[in-house]
Ligand binder design. Sequence first.
Ligand SMILES: Nc1ncnc2c1ncn2[C@@H]1O[C@H](COP(=O)(O)OP(=O)(O)OP(=O)(O)O)[C@@H](O)[C@H]1O
Ligand SMILES: O=P(O)(O)OC[C@@]1(O)O[C@H](CO)[C@@H](O)[C@@H]1O
Length: 303
Amino acid sequence: MIYTVTLNPSIDYVVQVKDFELGTLNKMESDRKLPGGKGINVSRILHELEVDATALGFLGGFTGTFISDWLNNDNITTDFTVIEDDTRINIKLKSNEETELNGRGPHINEEEATRLLNQLSNLTEDDLVIFSGSKPPSLPADYYQQLIGKTVKANAAFVIDTTGQDLKNALAYHPFLVKPNQHELEELFGVKLNGEADIIPYGEKLLELGAQNVIVSLAGEGALLFTKEGSYRGISPKGTVKNSVGAGDSMIAGFIGEFSKTNDIKKAFQMGLTAGSATAFSEDLAKRADMETIYQQAEVRKI
Ligand SMILES: Nc1ncnc2c1ncn2[C@@H]1O[C@H](COP(=O)(O)OP(=O)(O)OP(=O)(O)O)[C@@H](O)[C@H]1O
Ligand SMILES: O=P(O)(O)OC[C@@]1(O)O[C@H](CO)[C@@H](O)[C@@H]1O
């Protein structure tokens, strides 16, 4: 079974404003509320790809209810840990540029944190857990390490899509996949990277540090995949970008979903590129039909 873990879900409040101006009254042209949080997005795309997965994470309050109702309505399997505090609301402001305003996240008490940890006690070696996104500040600093410890103890595989120290600490436990974007890779190693030649040594370094597979995603420029057997350049389909929120999550879901069906790393990468781009070309996350339409346009070349 595949599990996604979202420690910090959100309602994504997507608002469209024409020529947004700071310090004045702006009127929305349109607004919509979507269930968000990186692992939840991964679950939604896996569901589109007809791959079974269960969404875990913390949900609470009226905002939490909105998210669980929405996912239940879409027949997405969930087993959330219910908390007392309200799940956050993140603002995605679309104007001449895209601006994001993300909350820090709710308070999570010790009993709630333990409850989610205990859910991982039932993992087996047939399971894969996808840990995605930020951690509310009230959780212990080593909470991701505790979750990964439980996963590894059960011989289950894991993917981690987060930033900074949590990502660094995870590498020694041999994640099946990590997927920093260029900015996250630069932050991780304290460097500025210009182009593929600069990026390649740092992608390889993540393999040396313990990751089994590494994707460095480069938005419209596609992505690079590093594996023990070789490296690949991924070229994304071209299209009109409507929304970049969730493109990275879609890429992870496409990759893992396809790998779980075929065990073929190149096909998995092609589907990762496809799902990321299909989301970038959609108002919300991609639908299955969007992915099928552009799959052949995504290219994978050996470096
Ligand atoms: N403008 C775009 N045009 C085509 N494909 C895109 C575009 N933006 C993203 N993608 C696809 O989605 C993948 C992931 O995007 P990106 O590198 O922006 O990830 P990310 O920074 O983790 O995204 P986010 O945090 O917005 O979810 C890219 O490798 C590419 O395949
Ligand atoms: O604060 P985090 O967890 O890093 O990111 C949260 C978030 O920006 O990521 C998703 C897109 O990837 C959105 O649905 C959500 O609002």
